[in-house]
Design a protein around this ligand. Structure first.
Ligand code: GTP
Ligand code: MG
Length: 476
């Protein structure tokens, strides 16, 4: 059975008098019990990052991933979103006709909409309207299997919901006030504004408390993850990162036999898994598969998934997996780079792994990336092509080059001193007034990574290439 797209509400939270859509709805559609049929809509803005040959293609794939049937789609080119309805007047009328003709019960917008725009559109179209972020959050909610993933999705949903609560209530009051046949009698309409307002405050407080509770729980998970990651400090750790559906989990299975779930759908796997990767000749690394990224990913989602991405954040090496058969491969690389930068991972050494070479007919991307001094390898997780070279390259990096350096660490950075003690050969230790100076010998890439994670550590002696800024592009 198809699921209904939940919206505005978290998986657990429900305002006391019932929001317009909640988990209490029967599954399979907007209180009608029917499958969800959607009309997709979008405003193509001048700075769009969508694939211009098929601007709503990814939204259609996301909708499909959420189990929604796409009946029709409509696009308008504009220089900005209209404040009330996002679309222009004529296009709004056209959309309304299309929704009716398609017998759709939901309209999904590719743009992020304000509560006011959603309200305006729902009023004009008489159907539920959701935006791209809500759709993504919905998919995450349905895929989150582990307790940790569920907490993280709930937090992201609530943070998205909280600012919209007022909008929802105003909406309810409007419908009730107009005599609309909705389950909002308890809210009242005209003349009950006071209680309604108080209810908003109560609901807001409940949401705030729940958010604080979730944050505490996630912080604990985060700390546990950090301990786990630290306990692996003496092993070479590699993380698969990349756009959703690029083939990360398939690659992980092929390389390690991990038995990860894979599927031709967006956000097939959300949890992180780490497995030993036998590189040959007795060498091994720890390989992690991580949650996929997407363009215009809701900000709260990235923030709340930090704990899951802990493996990637502290990896020695990132394998940035790209689906080279996709016409939007370049845009996907840029979107992933953007998320990595927001997580502070952009200084970790990176190999760009162009996957699905078995079905790619355009390899011009290879030259483009090589031009940008990125280390690029072409592989196929299906046929196994290129995987030996990948293992060789990773082995080379794992053995790495050892460098000598002298660093200064302030006393306050006790954690860093402990990490250096574990990872490096400390040849001399000199205490000074504001810290300690260490003569060390250690793996070059690990030192670069430490420097990017701990800006307080200064390099007193050592080659220029140890400057963290050189890390991602180096090594080819
Ligand atoms: N032809 C071809 N298909 C591939 C290759 N690698 C993966 N696929 C297919 O691409 C789809 C997505 O693969 P996944 O491994 O689930 O992708 P993912 O990056 O883990 O995706 P998310 O978990 O959604 O982030 C699946 O249908 C795979 O069978 C490849 O080398 N060649
Ligand atoms: Mg996956």
């Amino acid at each position: 059975m198809r699921r209904s797209i939940r919206s505005h509400t978290s998986t657990d939270f429900e305002p006391a008098t019932g929001p317009p859509r909640s988990k209490a709805q029967p599954p399979g559609g907007v209180s009608t019990g029917q499958p969800e049929r959607a009309v997709l809509a979008g405003v193509l803005l001048p700075d769009t990052r969508a694939d211009l040959s098929n601007p709503l293609g990814e939204l259609a794939a996301l909708a499909e991933s959420a189990g929604v049937e796409v009946a029709d789609s409509m696009l308008q080119k504009r220089t900005s979103l209209g404040a009330a309805h996002a679309l222009g007047k004529g296009k709004l009328a056209e959309l309304s006709e299309r929704v009716e003709a398609a017998q759709a019960n939901v309209v999904i917008f590719d743009n992020d909409l304000s509560p006011r725009q959603i309200r305006g559109l729902e009023r004009a179209l008489g159907q539920k309207v959701i935006d791209r972020s809500e759709l993504i959050l919905d998919i995450f909610a349905s895929r989150a299997k582990t307790h940790e993933a569920q907490l993280q999705v709930e937090l992201a949903q609530l943070e998205y919901t909280a600012p919209r609560l007022r909008g929802m209530w105003t909406h309810l009051e409007r419908i009730a006030g107009a005599g609309g046949a909705t389950a909002v009698g308890a809210v009242g309409g005209v003349g009950t504004r006071g209680p309604g307002e108080r209810q908003i405050e109560i609901d807001r407080r409940i949401v705030r408390e729940r958010i604080a509770h979730l944050k505490r729980q996630i912080r604990q998970i985060d700390q546990r993850k950090q301990r786990e990651v630290r306990s692996r400090a003496d092993q070479f750790t590699v993380s698969l990162v990349g756009y959703t559906n690029s083939g990360k989990s398939t690659l992980m299975n092929k390389l390690t036999g991990a038995g990860r779930f894979t599927a031709d759908q967006l956000f097939a796997t959300l949890d992180t898994k780490t497995t030993r990767w036998d590189l040959g000749d007795g060498a091994a690394a720890l390989l992690s598969d991580t949650v996929g990224f997407v363009r215009d990913i809701p900000h709260g989602l990235v923030a709340s998934f930090r704990a899951t991405l802990e493996e990637a954040i502290h990896a020695d090496l990132l394998l940035h997996v790209v689906d080279i058969s996709s016409p939007t491969a370049w845009g996907q690389i840029e979107a992933v780079d953007g998320v990595l930068a927001s997580l502070g991972c952009d200084t970790i050494p990176q190999i760009t792994v162009l996957n699905k070479i078995d079905i790619a007919d355009d390899t011009s991307l290879v030259e483009m990336l090589a031009y940008r001094r990125r280390t690029v390898l072409c592989v196929s997780a299906h046929t196994g092509e290129g995987l030996d070279r990948l293992a060789c390259e990773v082995t080379r990096r794992a053995h790495g080059e050892t460098v000598e350096a002298t660093v200064h660490i302030p006393h306050a950075e006790g954690k860093l001193i402990a990490e250096i003690d574990r990872m490096a050969e400390v040849r001399q230790r000199r205490y000074c007034q504001d810290g300690v100076e260490l003569d060390i010998r250690m793996n070059r890439e690990r030192l670069i990574q430490l420097r990017s994670r701990y800006p307080a550590m200064s390099l007193l002696k050592g080659e220029a290439g140890l400057d963290a800024r050189h890390a991602p592009d180096e090594g080819g």
